[in-house]
Design a protein around this ligand. Structure first.
Ligand SMILES: Cc1cc2nc3c(=O)[nH]c(=O)nc-3n(C[C@H](O)[C@H](O)[C@H](O)COP(=O)(O)O)c2cc1C
Length: 228
């Protein structure tokens, strides 16, 4: 590894999300892992108890500056987001020696985004969104399979345990109201690049967000170098 990284010298990039976009593209192009857009998403319950899980980043709007992910609104993360309205996300590409942290307020994505993304998913995944009350206790594995079969029947899709389960299905499976997207608005972004002798580069960008319409108005990014 070279001693200096792309964040070591020179003027720091003006927009950290433009760098995140490039790093995501590089991770995708270099095929370093099956899900280069995987990020750990941390939320908190009303008592401040944290929980974390992996979700896929399914959108990055460098301007105005948010990440999009999709899930069940009634899941544990959905319930916690309803209470706290904030989250932290971490990307880590081990072989690229890079980490990105994003923190800020979270709002539901517009229904049109959720509808479009839901419609783009394989029909098996769309059925799953109907069949699974994500994060609720399940009576048994069999009860989940029953629920998937019931969803298939409801929408006229092939039974999930049949030979046709892998085939195409053109019928309509609408988005359930309990499933959709969120936007994590970037209030702070830290880019981390591994350096020699543990002198890593850490640059932290902050900005102020003010609620405006469905999203936020924002001040310019301010950058600070942090000790490793
Ligand atoms: C690579 C990977 C990608 C995942 N992507 C998602 C996702 O995009 N949305 C989602 O709801 N769960 C996703 N999961 C499952 C979550 O990690 C988690 O199990 C689920 O969302 C329930 O979390 P919760 O009970 O904290 O709400 C993914 C898991 C892995 C390992």
């Amino acid at each position: 590894m070279s001693t200096l990284t792309e964040l070591s010298t020179g003027t720091p990039p003006a927009d950290p999300l433009a760098v995140l976009e490039r790093w995501l593209a590089e991770a995708r192009e270099q095929r370093i892992q099956p899900n280069p857009n995987a990020m750990v998403l941390a939320t908190c319950d009303a008592a401040g108890r944290p929980s974390a899980r992996v979700v896929l980043c399914k959108g990055l709007a460098v301007a105005p500056g948010y990440l999009a992910f999709y899930t069940n609104y009634q899941s544990r993360k959905g319930r916690e987001l309803a209470v706290s309205g904030r989250a932290a996300a971490v990307f880590h590409w081990d072989v690229l020696h890079r980490q990105v942290r994003v923190e800020g307020p979270v709002v539901r994505a517009p229904t049109q985004d959720s509808d479009e993304y839901f419609a783009s998913r394989p029909w098996q995944s769309r059925l799953g969104a109907w069949a699974s009350a994500q994060s609720q206790p399940a009576e048994s594995r069999q009860s989940l399979e029953r629920s998937l079969r019931a969803a298939a029947e409801r929408f006229g899709a092939p039974p999930p345990d049949s030979a046709r389960a892998e085939s195409a299905f053109a019928g309509e499976i609408p988005r359930p109201a309990h499933w959709g997207g969120y936007r994590l608005w970037a209030e702070s972004v830290e880019l981390w690049v591994e350096g020699a002798a543990r002198i890593h580069d850490r640059l932290l960008w902050n900005r102020h967000l003010t609620p405006a319409g469905e999203g936020f108005a924002f001040s310019p990014w301010q950058v600070t170098r942090l000790q490793p």
